[in-house]
Ligand binder design. Structure first.
Ligand code: GTP
Length: 230
C-alpha cells in the first residue's frame, strides 16, 4: 500500500503552482481531510530529515520520537490553518434600525506567527465599524473568527492588519472601518536583539469615514485606549 507521503507527492495540489501564492494568502482550494493527512505525513518525513541534519535523534530519544509528526500536525492544523481552510462563515444581518454610530470590539486575542523567523506574534486587535444605514451588520463573534483566520498564517503585521480590514469591508460595506493591532513579536524578544517583553508594534488600517473624519478616528482610538485598560 502506498504511504501517505507518496500519495501527497502525486496530488494535483502539489503539482499546481500554489507556491507562487504569498505565504499569508490562502491556497486556491482548501484541503479536505485526506489531503490534510497526506500533507502532515509528507511534512513529517521532511522534518525527520531536518532533525537528521541537526543531529537530533527522532528514533530512540523518548522526548523527540514523535516530534516530527507532532510538529507537522501543528503546522498544518494550527499555525498555518488559515491558509488551507475556507474563511469563517459570516452571518450578515440587514441594518434594520439604520444604526450608524461607531461600534468598537476588542481586545481580540491575536496569536500569529512571524514570516521571517517563524516565532510567535502575540497581541490584541481592536476593530471599529461605522455601519452604513443600508449596509450589513455581522455577528460580534465573527470579528474574532476573522482575526483567527488571517492570523493562522505566516504573517507580518502591516499585511495582517490590512487583510482583516479588507475582508470586513468587502463583507459589510461600512461607512468606515478601523483595525488596530498592538503585538509583541517574539522574533524580537526571544532572540536576536532580545528586546523587552513590553516592546510592542502598533499598526492601524483605516477605511472610509474612519480614515477621513478626524473626530471619528479619534473616538475610535480613545475607545481602544479605554478597552486596553480593562
Ligand atoms: N516591519 C516588520 N518587521 C518585522 C515583523 N516581524 C518581524 N520583523 C522584522 O523583520 C526583520 C527580519 O529580517 P532580517 O534582518 O533578515 O533578520 P535577522 O538578521 O535575523 O535580524 P534580527 O532580528 O535583527 O536578528 C527583523 O528586523 C524583524 O524584527 C513585522 O511584522 N513587520
Amino acid at each position: 500500500m502506498k504511504r501517505l507521503h507518496d500519495l501527497w507527492k502525486e496530488t494535483e495540489l502539489l503539482k499546481r503552482n500554489d507556491f507562487s501564492r504569498l505565504g499569508n494568502h490562502s491556497i486556491d482550494d482548501c484541503l479536505d481531510e485526506g489531503q490534510r493527512r497526506q500533507m502532515i505525513s509528507a511534512a513529517s518525513v521532511k522534518i525527520e530529515e531536518l532533525f537528521d541534519i541537526l543531529r537530533i535523534d527522532h528514533v530512540n530519544d523518548h522526548n523527540t520520537r514523535d516530534t516530527p509528526m507532532r510538529f507537522a500536525k501543528m503546522l498544518v492544523c494550527e499555525t498555518l490553518e488559515g491558509r488551507y481552510s475556507e474563511p469563517p462563515k459570516i452571518t450578515e444581518f440587514e441594518n434594520i434600525g439604520a444604526f450608524d454610530q461607531l461600534i468598537v470590539t476588542g481586545p481580540i486575542e491575536l496569536r500569529s506567527t512571524c514570516a521571517h523567523h517563524l516565532m510567535p506574534i502575540h497581541g490584541s486587535v481592536f476593530i471599529g465599524i461605522l455601519p452604513s444605514k443600508d449596509g450589513k451588520i455581522i455577528g460580534l463573534s465573527k470579528y474574532d473568527r476573522i482575526v483567527n483566520y488571517f492570523a493562522a498564517r505566516l504573517q507580518i503585521q502591516e499585511e495582517l492588519v490590512k487583510q482583516i480590514g479588507d475582508f470586513i469591508c468587502e463583507k459589510t460595506d461600512p461607512q468606515g472601518l478601523a483595525v488596530r493591532i498592538s503585538a509583541v513579536h517574539m522574533c524580537k524578544t526571544h532572540r536576536g536583539v532580545k528586546a523587552s517583553q513590553a516592546s510592542r508594534m502598533v499598526t492601524n488600517a483605516f477605511y472610509g469615514r474612519l480614515e477621513s473624519d478626524a473626530a471619528k478616528k479619534s473616538e475610535f482610538l480613545q475607545e481602544c485606549a479605554a478597552l486596553e485598560k480593562f
